[in-house]
Design a protein around this ligand. Sequence first.
Ligand code: BG6
Length: 510
Amino acid sequence: MPEIKEVNPLREGLSSRMMPQPCAVVIFGATGDLTHRKLVPAIYNLAADGALPPAVSVVGFARRDKNDEIFRKELEEAARNFSRQRIKEELWTRFASSIFYHRSEFDDLEGYRSLAKRLEELDSQRGTRGNRLYYLAAGPDQFPIILENLRKSGLNAAQSGSWARVIVEKPFGSDLPSAQRLNEMIKGAFSESDTFRIDHYLGKETAQNIMVMRFANAIFEQLWNSRYIEYVQITASESLGVEGRAGYYDKAGALRDMVQNHLLQLLCLTAMEPPAGLDADAIRDEKVKVLKTLRPITGENVRKYVVRAQYGAGTENGKRVPAYRDEKNINPQSTTETYVALHINVDNWRWAGVPFFVRVGKRLPKTATEIAVQFKAAPPVLFNAEGQTVDSNALVIRIQPDEGISLRMSAKMPGSSLRIEPVKMDFHYGTSFGKATPEAYERLLLDAMSGDATLFARRDEVEEAWTFVDAIRAEWDKDSDDLAIYAAGTWGPSEADDLIKPHGATWRRL
Ligand code: BG6
């Protein structure tokens, strides 16, 4: 039986959640960036918040030669740099004693057999109760061999009364066939309910709040359709360039890297119907329905509905930055897109005729993600009569930073003349709840330990999203003469403005 932990309702709101069972979290690719920047800081923060049973243990599985002590020291340094909360000496010392290192090649079955023994020892020494959470944080080319060896060594099979789950980090394939192959491979070792495909945007507090805002407030849902909404704009802009990820990024590009997963997930949460319940499958069923109703963009329509671009040299925060093609380890002739803008149609009753404008880019002026729902204008009478226009309402969900929601309305400016100006009603997470929002990985790790797959992508979701994206890629792969160039530090190419102008829309300045 899982232990129940009562939480302080003033800190946690009205709901309390179950504390997960003790388990061993085995991280494959434990010496990599993700482990240092995200996973270990997330587990430390969960432990520091008292959200984990003390028996939870972390086992790093990687190729480099090192021992527990060295591994713990490296992780401590990383946690000091990347943890949301300041590292407290005493807490860290206790936490560090639950971290272990297991050296092995990924293709060495013996390494998995000895891992099995080590995990059994942890069961008896630390009380991890035979529960295993495997985290595939290595390069995706290593996933097949890791999954195969987990199966061959029997590590995938839980003892009775225990569980074995797998978390698969992105990229989840690079197109539909590769995603299907990976899904089949996973299926050979783990059931769908034990498979947790990460999309870290779903772990972001504000992404989770989209459903609450829509379905816990009667006022919005009534207006949430083509009768009242003119268009929806979803933006994920980043000021960073490709950073140290040239090898991966130059093959992927923005469409695969961000649209296939994060942006389509945000679109699904915005467009989905109310689910039949709050369980994982009821919610994911509704998201899949949205993906199935996306109008495919194929052939000649790709140029009409999608703009791709790459950053050239420019200025970011007052500093000159190089063009994408001049970045370290990028092919100087690369045609990889670092920016995409799409006009997506959701062909169902609720959304027929409402364009979803989606854009994503690197080296834009600001790092911010938001969903803006633009309502239709008031009828052309009274204040909107001929010759005068009043700004229409917009509901903006700020996913990050400055998480919150704002509603733009029109108001009369004080004074003897009738001057109408836009004003904002603004909700800020920080000021309303007075606490920092947890990192997405904290929530996702906790959910996977608790067996809750709601915030993870299901097999059919991933495959539907690839189907949509692959059709665009197929056209792009024919030639690249439509690739536009934008100066780093600007809001993307003018072609993206032309994409939405015919709908009376302009891209929002974030
Ligand atoms: C990752 C992409 O999935 O998301 C990166 O691979 C991108 O290219 C990152 O920078 C953005 O995530 P966040 O949480 O910083 O918005």
